[in-house]
Design a protein around this ligand. Structure first.
Ligand SMILES: [Zn+2]
Ligand SMILES: [Zn+2]
Length: 92
């Protein structure tokens, strides 16, 4: 099942819904938002979990680690190297 993908811009609400599997059609996740050209987020920036369940709120959160996806993405963009986090749990 294709995951959700959301626009990384905090001012843009665009999100791509998973494709209806009954139609048999499959669309690849766009790399950039078709509206504002910001990068799309398809996995959690912190734990790399697929965005299978997101709410439609202004600040969608990761279903696994609870990170604010847009905020986490922005922080990652500002810090290309791994930053120390309060909980440094590693999944792998
Ligand atoms: Zn956008
Ligand atoms: Zn996460």
């Amino acid at each position: 099942m294709p995951p959700h993908a959301i626009c990384s811009s905090s001012t843009c609400d665009f999100s791509r819904e998973p494709q209806d599997m009954r139609t048999g059609t499959r669309t690849d996740t766009p790399e950039r938002c078709p509206i504002c050209q910001s990068p799309m987020i398809s996995v959690c920036p912190l734990c790399r979990f697929l965005l299978l369940h997101i709410d439609r709120s202004k600040s969608p959160k990761c279903g696994l680690c609870g990170a604010n996806l847009k905020q986490a993405f922005a922080e990652r963009s500002n810090h290309p190297y791994p930053v120390q986090t309060k909980h440094s749990n590693r999944l792998q």
